[in-house]
Design a protein around this ligand. Structure first.
Ligand code: NZQ
Ligand code: ZN
Length: 386
């Protein structure tokens, strides 16, 4: 096990009725900006619950943050924060609203000319404006981590940011919010969380046994509840298990002391930036083809995953690894994913070349647990996915 530091300061308020407790988490005298997306919270009652809880606070609001939150839209909120001297941000939404709020938290304390520099130059946010979250869509884990992904529409770029100043102060996880989530987004949530675990698990064999067992436990739980939650989103216990699995998949715990990959995500972001494909669906396209491309490097771990998660019996390492890959693709299909790029967009001829050029420009030569994925390999993986 490699050395690590672990500090996750997020206070989680999990369960029924927890939204009403947010008032206790935000000092009364602060000016709060409530941020949300395209309006789902106004139809499912979450907006009313939040506003009710904050009835004794000074509240401003900013809606309209789109899926794959856009810098251009967020800059409107940034101006409002400056104009009204906002002191606390409250994200009410899924990963997009939470990530957008993290961008605003970092932008509020940034001294440079344009907050996009935080993403373009990879500047970590050490201290941001304090914020909390009310999660409405289990998927990304953003509610309990310090990362964010922001899109610049004008250049079709999707870039990552982070830093220890970007942990939420608190996050409300009320499984009742799952009831109103559309099927497509439920499917996305299960697969995003599943791939988060694989990015931190499906690497090479290492001696950190507990991290592996926790990762396998999250994968097995998602396999168990994923197909059912899509059919029964009102089932509280299913929703609770789904929600906590998504949070645990990316709150930093399972990546400590072990190698991690993340190349599926970095290539996937380009597919969203170029074609607008939902985040989770890009992972279902790229992941299996990346495992195929990196088969020699990953086969030991693929076989362990096949045995322990899919219960495959003892054939050779190669055979079990291949079967595990087939099981994974079948699960993605069961969860409504289409695992080929051509099934998700018609306009993919130039994609692999653009991915190659962007990886080159950014100097990304050594992605993946073996530093084996650079521009050429990323291009080959995209081509395999056609
Ligand atoms: O905008 P509204 O009207 O709220 O509708 C949203 C949106 O259309 C809807 N929705 C959310 N909660 C709902 C609901 N509809 C009905 N009932 C509810 N309770 O769902 C749609 C999608 O929402 P979005 O927030 O975009 O989805 P998700 O949570 O999957 O977030 C995706 C974003 O997170 C980034 C992705 O790249 C993408 O930009 N990620 C963030 C990560 C992180 N910060 O750690 C890690 C991930 O790997 C990922 O990259
Ligand atoms: Zn993801």
């Amino acid at each position: 096990m490699t050395n690590f530091e672990f500090q996750n300061p997020v206070k989680v308020l999990f369960g029924k009725g927890q939204i009403e407790n947010i008032a206790n988490e935000i000092p009364k005298e602060t000016k709060v900006l409530v941020l949300y997306g395209g309006g789902s919270i106004k139809n499912n009652g979450i907006y009313a619950q939040v506003m009710n809880a904050l009835s004794n606070h000074t509240v401003f609001e900013y809606g309209g943050i789109p899926a794959n939150p856009e810098y251009e839209v967020l800059m409107g909120a940034h101006r409002l924060i400056k104009k009204e001297n906002i002191e606390f941000l409250l994200a009410v939404g899924g990963g997009s609203v939470i990530d957008g709020t993290k961008f605003l938290s970092g932008a509020a304390t940034f001294n440079g000319i344009d907050p996009w520099q935080i993403l373009a130059e990879g500047i970590p946010t050490v201290k941001g404006m304090p914020f909390g979250t009310v999660l409405t869509l289990p998927a990304t884990g953003s509610e309990m981590n310090s990362g964010a992904v922001i899109t610049k529409k004008v250049t079709q770029e999707k870039r990552v940011m982070g830093g220890k100043g970007l942990f939420p102060q608190f996050s409300v996880l009320d499984p009742n919010v799952v009831k109103s989530i559309p099927v497509r987004q439920l499917q996305n949530g299960v697969i995003d969380a599943y791939v988060h675990v694989l990015e931190q698990y499906l690497t090479y064999s290492h001696p950190a046994k507990l991290q592996d067992r926790i990762a396998e436990g999250i994968l097995q739980t998602l396999i168990e509840v994923g197909p059912d939650i899509v059919k029964n989103p009102s089932n509280y216990e299913l929703a609770a298990n789904f929600m906590w699995s998504c949070t645990m998949a990316l709150n930093g715990l399972i990546q400590k002391g072990v190698p991690t990959d993340w190349a599926t995500h970095m290539i996937g972001h380009e597919l969203t930036a170029l074609h607008g494909i939902d985040h989770a669906r890009t992972l279902a396209i790229i992941g299996p083809h990346l495992y195929q491309h990196q088969f020699e490097n990953k086969k030991e771990k693929l076989a362990q995953y096949g045995h322990r998660v899919w219960g495959l019996s003892n054939s050779s390492t190669e055979e079990t690894a291949k079967e595990a890959l087939t099981k994974t693709i079948e699960f993605y299909h069961l969860m409504g994913m289409k695992t080929k790029l051509s099934e998700n967009t018609d306009n993919f001829d130039a994609t692999s070349k653009i991915v190659f050029d962007r990886f080159e420009e950014r100097g990304w030569k050594e992605l993946g647990e073996n530093n084996a994925i650079g521009p050429k390999e990323a291009k080959e993986i995209v081509e395999l996915s056609h």
